[in-house]
Design a protein around this ligand. Structure first.
Ligand SMILES: [Zn+2]
Length: 457
């Protein structure tokens, strides 16, 4: 090495510091709405031991990433409540300040605070939001708007466009083309947005700004997506978003919400949760590879809160049932205890409908039409296999049927709402070490700012 090269090296060391990496250029933030740790475990365990053996388990892409990522455990309480909603949680994550339920982009004293994406624009980065719910829903809203209630969806839509992210993809068309927002799509076009409403149109976009709204409200649940061939999947939207954002010279920040994990868990529907996680897993496979090829990118994966606190739990079935089920070849221990069967995981793969939506459909039918034969048929279709409904008590109690179905499969939920369970975060790629340890979701933004080299700016 000659003198000039030595001086150059010394200069670089002085500027960057030994061992201190250059700031990350891009951040991809994936929020699994409602994805408590038990849901991650439910998915990873199901993949490991379904259609495989204990000796050579399959490994999900999520588990594979977990083996390489930096783990954190964090809390999400709001300013004065133990449990949060999606609005307060996303606000706290996007702004780094404590907030209150329903607030969007406001701290607990109702002051608007710059969000991660607004700060990114100030630093010359391209930004995007992607969701499989509606783009004005609490999580994307908290990164792009400031309102007192998450229900002000028209106002959120207007503020989103005023902010002008290069990419906005999800559902929520009706908040952009009706009522007081009747002219909003036209306004978006005047602002330079290419407005698209189906998968084909999205595929044709190769550069520039895009506003993709693929349903009036939320996009379909993953378990029902097969019925909607024109609606892009979460991974299709994420790939498009990143391909549009990555040419940005100063890098990009994108928030991708897997929003339906929450909806499936609110419905206490493990099969629908399974389908959401399957989609999530494909997204993780793509993003893991992306970050391996782009080491200047940080992939941060977390949840806004847990929903449902559900999963397998053993239960006593009674001697009579135990005898019946043992005769059918099921494995029970301790005379009458059902510890859960791996076959249940396999059955989730067959499900074709959201059980929550089926429950609503059945509840809305006039009682005389809700015959045992119809319930038998609808439930079997939804589950993807024949179920014998004579094993259920009181078919007039529709929610009871679904509770008994979970019971039969040794699945329990603590609630249909959010819980305060602490959450897991996974960080991978540029400066991922910042996200180890135990923290609070208001600590995420300051850590991201360090990763991006924004401190003191
Ligand atoms: Zn929720």
């Amino acid at each position: 090495m000659n003198f000039k090269k030595w001086m150059l090296l010394l200069f670089l060391v002085a500027v960057c510091g030994w061992g201190h990496a250059l700031p990350a250029k891009n951040v991809i933030w994936v929020i699994g709405d409602g994805m408590g740790p038990e849901i991650l475990g439910f998915w990873a365990q199901g993949v490991r031991y379904t259609n495989s053996t204990n000796d050579s388990p399959h490994i999900s892409h999520t588990e594979n990433l977990m083996n390489q990522a930096v783990w954190g455990l964090y809390f999400n309480n709001t300013y004065d409540t133990v449990v949060t909603d999606s609005a307060a949680s996303a606000t706290q994550m996007a702004t780094g300040r404590f907030s209150r339920p329903l607030f969007v982009g406001l701290d607990y004293e109702k002051r608007p605070v710059d969000t991660l994406l607004e700060r990114a624009l100030q630093h010359g980065k391209a930004i995007g939001v992607v969701t499989d719910t509606y783009v004005t829903d609490a999580t994307p809203a908290a990164f792009t708007a400031h309102v007192e209630s998450r229900r002000q969806r028209e106002e959120i839509a207007r503020q989103q466009l005023a902010l002008g992210p290069q990419v906005i993809l999800g559902g929520g068309l009706k908040y952009f083309n009706k009522g007081e927002n009747k002219e909003l799509l036209r306004q978006a076009q005047a602002q330079g947005y290419q407005v698209v409403q189906n998968k084909k149109q999205l595929a044709k976009i190769t550069s520039g700004k895009v506003l993709g709204l693929f349903a009036d409200e939320a996009l379909p649940m993953a378990v029902e997506l097969h019925q909607y061939p024109k609606v892009p999947s979460l991974i299709t939207m994420a790939q498009k978003a990143i391909s549009l954002l990555e040419p940005a010279e100063n890098g990009f920040i994108v928030m991708i919400e897997a929003g339906k994990i929450d909806w499936a868990a609110h419905g206490n529907d493990p099969g629908a949760t399974w389908a959401e996680m399957k989609q999530f897993d494909q997204l993780i496979a793509y993003l893991t590879q992306y970050v391996q090829a782009h080491p200047d990118t940080l992939l941060y994966i977390n949840a806004d809160h847990d929903t449902g606190l559900g999963g397998f739990a053993y239960r006593h079935v009674g001697k009579e049932n135990a005898a019946k089920r043992t005769a059918q070849g099921e494995v029970l221990y301790g005379k009458d205890t059902d510890y859960g069967s791996f076959r249940t995981y396999e059955l989730f793969d067959k499900q074709t409908r959201s059980l929550y939506l089926l429950e609503e459909e059945l509840k809305n039918l006039p009682v005389e039409k809700r015959t045992p034969a119809l319930i038998q048929k609808k439930l079997s279709q939804a589950l993807g296999y024949d179920i014998d409904i004579t094993q259920f008590e009181n078919l007039e109690d529709v929610p009871g049927i679904f509770r008994q179905l979970n019971d039969l499969r040794a699945i329990s939920y603590a609630t249909k709402n959010h819980s305060a369970a602490p959450l897991l975060s996974l960080a991978y790629g540029a400066d991922a070490e910042q996200f180890g340890g135990v923290y609070h979701n208001t600590d995420i933004l300051p850590r991201l700012m360090r990763v991006l080299g924004w401190e003191g700016k």
